[in-house]
Design a protein around this ligand. Structure first.
Ligand code: K7E
Ligand code: CUA
Length: 864
């Protein structure tokens, strides 16, 4: 078992089995035993574990379901990286709590009603030739028919459009292969206008449809005026997919309730679920959006409903742009193959997947070979003639994903709680794996694009039941990562997600994403334009205009400018805030106590909060991100006076003041500390310059950040000197203190740059040296020894050459230091440091590895 475990780990990690693995082995075996892990578990761990600093190969965008958001995580680590606020307020990012994001959220108002809840189902990535380009993400809201546009340059929602004719939807967002249109199919049929129509007139007045949202790739926005809807019968339209390759120009939407049943359980009628599943088949809608887009240009072809163009079914039929094909009852997923030649539909209530041949469908359309017409005059194609074939997969097949292997397809089985791998060309089932439990969608890696990557699928399960520690009746959702690289699928990892039901998730290779790390100074991130409230250093001000007070504020570590402002009770207060930082990840947040507002200001961003100061009193405001050592000090006061009240001033307390000598002493001390700190900074700068930091862009970026802070010092020095000249030592001390703050911030970024540069310049560590460094740190050596420095123990740089037979000497000393306490050298060290090297019970292997680590240190001694 020992050698098997080590081999497994070695193979999984791609390293050759060497002596160092034997070390891992004993420790590994111990952990395996303690935690009851098998070799299979270790293999799964090795496939997902992502050590610190390593990044994921794929990024997944999951619908956040009832949270109305999008959740972003990495694969294979399954680490959550971001929540994207979309249809619902998100407190951290200030989405819905500052004015600029409110404007986006309020685009989602429906008929004047504020909607702050959404039900996201289907995220879709923008495409070029059916392949993901990493630029935009779209997602729908099933409850309140809306589509949102997310910019992947900063992962923020930029636009929400409300469907003008639907009352609910489900078949969105699905994009055409070049992102010309975003498709959104209705769900529950309803009148397209906003009027009351009795349910008895369901067949006459209730309708479904598909909306084609025109996307402008230059502006990155949906153009509502250039969008249109195709009217469809009141079958409940469902999932949709756009054709690609061979079927480019076409769209496919399935449906349930071809029965057009209208319920009435409260009147003693059978319920919807019975009436809607009576027929053996429902309809797959097949339509040509290229023809429809042309038709929509002519006013003769459209009805205007709620200021929106709707193409009646009759017009679509007359122009050979709309057809129906029967599909097994109450289907769910409809998925076009990567080449666009096959369309797979899964019947939830049927054990089969039905594979339609695009070639056969095209021929039937061309020959006008119809099996009949539906009550609305739409031609129906014969199901058997359109089918490539059917395969029995199991109970409750739902959704499909593809892999790069020709014909290979993965399907979720809701009732069986399985993922099944099969081939849609030769119609053979290949493998099944159990999931926990009731899987809905599954996400392959780019698995619905024209360029599927394989590697993994993720099961997005509806129930978690017993998979996680019980946290009460509401369980988290369960995303399960499955390895599909081998012949047999392997379940690797369960990720609980406690933020709404993951309907669909889409993934993309991380290498295709190119997000920014900062905004151009003064940007309104929601519009991408310069914010009218942009404020640079020195431009901070408070403007009053009657009952309106406007504050132009700046944020930079670690102060908000202004730090005090006073308004009258009842004033409307607008605060424009600019984060002057350019340093990566230096976000500041802002809130005023007791006013329900919040903004998150990313480097370079300007945002605005607005509220009525309707309470009298004193209200602290502060930065809400722990941005720096003096973050708590990053605060200020809003004071609200009642203009109708008379205030008497408090009697002043007498406090002791410092003598001029004391002040001078404090001033000298502060200046001295600054001088010493500057020396450290200069030594770091010298190191960076000597080692050509400019050759390494990531290091250079940190150095720029550091120098940015350092550059603020001369202005402070001048203020300090002026204060000294004016005899105001108190003020001078404070400015000297400010200089020290900038020095600390400089050193903070500078030392990070130095560490990064050292790692880049140093020779590559052997796996033994890596193991040695770990043993050194974990075994407690680093508690007393700091490489490159004398600390509570001697510096170990060069230790191997300090003694004859150095390696041997050091090995013996680590193993049994107590035996050498009388050695004259050791004795001298003990006296000097007043500490004895303890026995850390290192194994022989650990000692060997530490020696390798020491050798690596010596090779790179110049860097420490
Ligand atoms: Cu099957 Cu909304 Cu696509 Cu839920 S949906 S699973
Ligand atoms: Cu800025 Cu805390």
């Amino acid at each position: 078992m020992k050698s098997l475990a080590s081999k497994l780990v070695a193979v999984a990690l791609g390293i050759t089995v060497s002596a160092s693995v034997a070390l891992a082995d004993s420790a590994l075996e111990k952990v395996m035993k303690e935690r009851g892990l098998s070799e299979i578990d270790l293999l799964a761990a090795a496939k997902t574990y992502t050590p610190t600093g390593m990044h994921d190969k794929y990024v997944v965008f999951s619908s956040g379901g009832q949270s109305g958001q999008v959740i972003v995580y990495g694969v294979p680590s399954m680490r959550i990286i971001k929540y994207i606020a979309v249809f619902t307020p998100e407190p951290w990012q200030g989405y819905g709590y500052d004015e600029d994001s409110k404007k986006v959220l309020r685009q989602g108002n429906i008929r004047g009603k504020e909607i702050n809840w959404g039900d996201t189902h289907h995220p879709a990535l923008s495409e070029v030739d059916g392949k993901y380009d990493g630029k935009w993400l779209f997602i729908n809201d099933k409850a309140n028919p809306r589509i949102a546009v997310i910019d992947l340059h900063d992962f923020e929602t930029k636009q929400i459009v409300v469907n003008p004719v639907f009352k609910s939807e489900h078949g969105g967002a699905f994009v055409t292969p070049n992102t010309d249109y975003i498709l959104e199919a209705a769900q529950y049929a309803a009148p397209l206008d906003n009027n009351y129509h009795p349910i008895e007139e369901y067949k006459e007045s209730y309708r479904g449809g598909v909306t084609f949202w025109k996307f402008n790739k230059d502006t990155g926005r949906i153009e509502e005026k250039n969008s249109f809807t195709l009217e469809m019968p009141p079958y409940m339209q469902d999932i949709t997919d756009a054709g690609k390759g061979a079927s480019d120009g076409w769209g496919f939407t399935n449906s349930f309730n071809a029965e057009m049943y209208t319920g009435g359980i409260e009147k003693g009628l059978p319920p919807f679920e019975a009436g809607m599943s009576r027929f053996d088949t429902d309809f797959l809608h097949v339509y040509n959006w290229k023809i429809l887009a042309k038709l929509a240009e002519d006013p003769k072809n459209v009805k205007i409903i709620n200021d929106h163009r709707v193409i009646p079914m009759s017009v679509a039929v007359a122009n050979n742009a709309l057809f129906l094909i029967p599909e097994p009852k109450s289907p769910h997923g409809v998925d076009v193959s990567p080449d666009g030649k096959y369309i797979t539909v899964c019947g939830k209530l049927d054990t089969h997947a039905s594979v339609y041949s695009w070639e056969k469908i095209q021929k039937l359309i061309k020959d006008k070979d119809y099996a009949g017409k539906d009550p609305y005059g739409i031609p129906i194609l014969d199901m058997k003639k359109a089918l490539h074939g059917q395969v029995e997969l199991g109970l409750g097949p739902l959704h499909n994903q593809y892999s790069p292997v020709d014909g290979e397809i993965y399907t979720s089985l809701y009732v069986d709680s399985q993922v099944v791998k099969w081939n849609y060309k030769d119609l053979k089932v290949l493998d099944k794996v159990n999931v926990h439990y009731n899987i809905g969608h599954l996400a392959g890696m780019e698995g619905k694009s024209a360029d599927p990557q394989g590697d993994f699928v993720i099961a997005l399960n509806k129930l978690a039941i017993d998979r996680f520690t019980n946290v009460g009746p509401l369980h988290p959702q369960n995303h399960q990562l499955i390895d599909i690289k081998g012949k047999k699928m392997q379940l690797l990892y369960d990720m609980p997600l406690p933020l709404g039901e993951p309907h669909q998730a889409v993934s993309i290779r991380a290498s295709k994403l190119h997000p920014a790390v900062r905004y151009k100074m003064g940007t309104d991130s929601k519009t991408g334009k310069i914010h009218p409230g942009k404020t640079l250093a020195g431009e901070e001000r408070i403007e009053r205009d009657g009952k309106n007070v406007t504050v132009y504020a700046t944020f930079v570590r670690s102060h908000i400018n202004p730090e005090r402002f006073t308004v009258n009770k009842g004033d409307t207060v607008t605060i424009h805030m600019t984060n002057l930082e350019r340093a990566e990840d230096e976000t500041h947040g802002f809130t005023v106590s007791q006013h329900g507002i919040h903004a998150s200001l990313e480097p370079g961003e300007t945002a605005t909060v607005k509220f009525v100061a309707d309470l009298e009193g004193v209200f602290p405001y502060y930065c809400t991100e722990f941005c720096s050592a003096l973050h708590l000090e990053m605060m200020g006061y809003m004071m609200v006076k009642d203009p109708d009240k008379k205030y008497t001033s408090a009697k002043k307390l007498k406090m002791k003041t410092m003598s001029p000598e004391q002040l001078k002493q404090e001033y000298d001390k502060t200046v001295g500390v600054n001088k010493a700190t500057d020396d450290v900074i200069q030594s770091v700068v010298k190191f960076l310059k000597d080692n050509k930091f400019g050759d390494y862009p990531a290091v250079a970026a940190l150095v720029t950040d550091a120098l940015d802070q350092y550059g603020k010092i001369p202005a402070q020095k001048k203020l300090s000197d002026d204060a000294v000249a004016a005899g105001d030592m108190d003020k001078a001390i404070l400015y000297e203190g400010m200089i020290w703050q900038y020095m600390v911030k400089t050193a903070d970024a500078g030392i990070r740059a130095k560490d990064m540069l050292v790692r880049k310049l140093a020779t590559k560590q052997s796996s033994a040296a890596i193991a040695g460094e770990r043993a050194f740190n974990e075994g407690g050596c680093s508690g007393c020894h700091v490489i490159g420095k004398v600390s509570s123990g001697p510096d170990l740089t060069g230790v191997l050459s300090r003694h004859e037979n150095g390696e041997d000497w050091v090995s013996k000393f680590i193993k049994h230091p107590e035996k050498m306490y009388d050695d004259p050298y050791v004795k001298a060290m003990i006296d000097h440091f007043n500490l004895k090297m303890p026995n850390q019970s290192m194994s022989d292997q650990e000692v060997k590895d530490i020696i390798e680590y020491m050798k690596w240190i010596d090779e790179n001694a110049n860097l420490f």
